[in-house]
Design a protein around this ligand. Structure first.
Ligand code: GLV
Length: 380
């Protein structure tokens, strides 16, 4: 029995338990994966100022994110295809997040649909939107998220075309997987995964299949994205989407201070400093490197959240210290889900919480709002 003490343990288990094409999908960055690696490496290089003899009694991680009370300032990022990491994966993760008291974000490219997830939880979750060429479909997706009482719409701005992930092409990524000899042989070595998949009928993109006329072949994800995602997406679209949605709007994928100013001007409620986990433009700086300038550009005009490379509670504390008001984890929960389903996602949240408690104690912070750049060793 493996004792899981860190997110790396969950990654190793995920690799063992999930068919190669789905593990690789979650684990890959685009092209040389330099940005993917930089996200983790730059965070890890940030050093804390250790402070001692500060009364650490009564520490709490409780705070708010987008006005909602949360157990800690961490949300589950939208991750595509998580219902292929484990049967009904999005439902399991949403339940774990709800029980823990942090927001769950459902991806447009999920397997379980908005309605499936809404029927499985009692509190609102966040919905992530990709903008397709078919604007009627996008409008209907927004309406469905509204009808499901989603509490925030997370509009992703950095994936109108797909950064190439070599392994997805080599593996022939598709959902459901094609029943080739190689795939069958690989799946046969993953009994837990097969068992969970046999318990569910959800194996296609639940938000899309059956909701768009003429969408029958989604077998090649990269080709499908190239055909359906709208390369014309612009700031004007942000305006109509904001109008149609009418609720809290979060803009995901901001890496540049000029775009942060545009985001403020759009009237959205928050932005997420994100390079899509190093999955899009390989060669961008890490999010840890980009975050401080964006926080400074935005000031208190908008909430700044961040993601990218977060593999521990210490990394969450680092992002908060750089100025983020909340942090999204992506691969961390995807690995946990692949490793152990709902219990895995609950476990990863507990690991992060515990590490944050220790980080706060030894840097002399008792509340999330005490966390600031003062907590970090200055680099020059
Ligand atoms: C988005 O859906 C991705 O694959 O990064």
């Amino acid at each position: 029995m493996t004792v899981v003490t860190c997110i790396e343990d969950l990654r190793v288990l995920a690799q063992r338990r999930v068919p190669r094409m789905f593990y690789d999908y979650a684990d890959s960055g685009s092209w040389s994966e330099s940005t993917y690696r930089a996200n983790g490496a730059d965070l890890e290089a940030i050093k804390f100022r250790q402070r001692v003899a500060v009364d650490m009694d009564g520490r709490t991680l409780r705070t708010t994110m987008l006005g909602e009370p949360v157990a800690m300032p961490v949300a589950l990022a939208p991750v595509g295809l998580t219902g292929m990491q484990r049967g009904d994966g999005e439902i399991l993760a949403a339940r774990a997040a709800e029980k823990f008291g942090v927001p769950f974000t459902l991806s447009t490219m999920s397997i379980c649909s908005i309605e499936d997830v809404a029927a499985s939880v009692t509190k609102p979750f966040w919905f992530q939107l990709y903008v397709m060429r078919d604007r009627d479909f996008v409008g209907r997706l927004i309406d469905r998220a509204k009808a499901a009482r989603c509490s925030a719409l997370v509009l992703t701005l950095d994936l109108q075309i797909l950064g190439q992930r070599h392994k997805d092409l080599k593996n022939g990524l598709s959902t459901p997987p094609k029943l080739t000899l190689a795939n069958i042989a690989n799946m046969a070595t993953k009994p837990r995964w097969c068992w969970a998949m046999l318990q569910t009928r959800r194996r296609e993109f639940g938000n899309i299949v059956g909701h768009v006329a003429g969408i029958d072949d989604m077998s090649s994800l990269s080709e499908w994205t190239a055909r359906q995602f709208d390369p014309k997406l612009s700031w004007d679209d942000v305006a109509w989407i904001k109008d149609r949605w009418g609720g809290k709007l979060v803009l995901k994928g901001i890496m540049d201070a000029e775009d942060a100013h545009r985001a403020v001007a759009s009237g959205a409620d928050a932005l997420i400093v994100s390079n899509h986990g190093g999955r899009q433009l390989d060669g961008t700086p890490s999010t840890a490197a980009a975050l401080p300038a964006i926080v400074d550009a935005v000031g208190d005009r908008m909430t700044v959240l961040a993601d990218g490379g977060v593999r521990s509670g210490l990394d969450v504390a680092r992002m908060l210290a750089l100025g983020a008001k909340g942090v999204l984890i992506g691969r961390a929960w995807a690995y946990a889900l692949s490793a152990s389903g709902e219990a895995g996602v609950a476990h990863v949240l507990r690991l992060i919480e515990e590490e944050m408690r220790v980080a706060m104690a030894l840097t002399g912070c008792t509340r999330v709002r005490d966390i600031s750049r003062e907590m970090l060793v200055r680099s020059s």
